[in-house]
Write a protein that binds this ligand. Structure first.
Ligand SMILES: Nc1ncnc2c1ncn2[C@@H]1O[C@H](COP(=O)(O)OP(=O)(O)OP(=O)(O)O)[C@@H](O)[C@H]1O
Ligand SMILES: [Mg+2]
Length: 307
């Protein structure tokens, strides 16, 4: 993948409005790491992964003429887990995809606003798309390892996509580190050459997390990562998130209010009322959001009265 799918002209860029693009339907099936480009030598360097602040400023989004987000701003704090909650269709996934420039891959999609990673606008024309995708990894709802590829090769797939040649020792180190961080190492250490598709759903999701971690992202975006998993696998993923927190900034979309309370420190409640674009009704400390919500709509939602 290259920068080319995003066609930005100067005038449009000044207005922060990005033109629609049409590249992605042709892309290979959905790896959860998109064009990571970090050299293994850098990936092996712990100092590379400083804990980062991610900010969305006045984000609006459209599909064609349909506006689905209206001037949404949110700061996702370094080393914390921010949960995005809200009814179906209110724009949570769209917001998440805007954070790592995946929205622009949807035909006829456009956006306005700024996304700042440690103060640098990821939509700045000086920014390379592959750098953003390396720094801001993503894990999807449905685990999507390369099924025929070995567990080992799944983890290093992100590095390979960049064309970078890492030594066997470097790869071994990256595979063990990433699988350990993802909470999967002990379960697969003796079967690294077996296909990723042979793992359980929960293990596959942790393999996808390991694949994302292999390039040492600064931020990990997770879009309902447990919704296809059984309760035991969900618990293990939640434990993994808790382990990762601190070293990584995490943003998770979830429909599970208990999960939002268990895993996140910050929470944002999205809502799109009566066909209007999605907005953030309320955000802040998760415990406060659940125990003393400021807005009646937040109270109704977190208490299961709608959505
Ligand atoms: N590729 C697309 N083309 C056109 N409209 C889209 C597309 N993806 C999403 N939308 C629309 O954008 C709005 C926001 O969708 P989005 O998927 O971001 O919501 P969500 O909050 O993630 O919902 P859910 O909880 O069901 O996943 C919805 O009205 C949806 O129909
Ligand atoms: Mg969604």
């Amino acid at each position: 993948m290259t920068d080319s799918p995003l066609q930005i002209d100067g005038a449009a860029l000044n207005g922060r409005k990005l033109s629609p693009t049409a590249a992605t339907e042709l892309l290979p099936p959905a790896p959860d790491v998109v064009s990571p480009a970090v050299p293994a030598s850098v990936a092996a360097d712990a100092s590379h992964s400083a804990v980062s602040l991610l900010e969305g400023h006045s984000i609006s989004a459209w599909f064609g003429t349909h506006k689905v987000l209206d001037r949404v701003s949110l700061a996702m704090q370094p080393g914390q887990v921010t949960a995005l909650i809200g009814p179906s269709g209110c724009g949570k996934s769209t917001f998440l995809r805007i954070l790592n420039r995946m929205h622009e891959m949807v035909p006829a999609a456009s956006m306005a606003g700024e996304v700042l990673l440690d103060g640098v606008d990821v939509y700045d024309r000086e920014q390379k798309l592959q750098d953003t995708r390396r720094d801001i990894g993503m894990v999807f709802q449905k685990p999507n390892p390369f099924p025929a590829m070995s567990i080992y090769d799944n983890v290093v797939a992100g590095l390979k996509l960049t064309g970078r040649r890492a030594s066997r020792d470097e790869k071994d180190e990256i595979v063990e580190r990433s699988l350990t961080s993802a909470g999967l190492w002990k379960e697969v250490r003796t079967r690294l050459r077996e296909p990723g598709g042979g793992l359980s759903g929960g293990q596959q999701q942790r393999l996808c997390i390991a694949r994302s971690l292999a390039v040492r992202p600064k931020v990990l975006l997770m879009d309902e990562p447990c919704s296809a998993l059984d309760p035991t696998s969900t618990r293990v993923i939640e434990e993994t998130i808790a382990e990762l927190r601190g070293g990584l900034t995490i943003v998770i979309v979830t429909h599970n209010m208990q999960q939002a309370q268990r895993v996140s420190q910050q929470c944002a409640f999205f809502l799109a009322e009566q066909g209007t674009p999605g907005v953030i009704v309320e955000h802040g400390d998760t415990e406060a959001m659940f125990t003393q919500p400021q807005d009646r709509r937040t109270s109704d939602y977190v208490n299961g009265r709608f959505g």
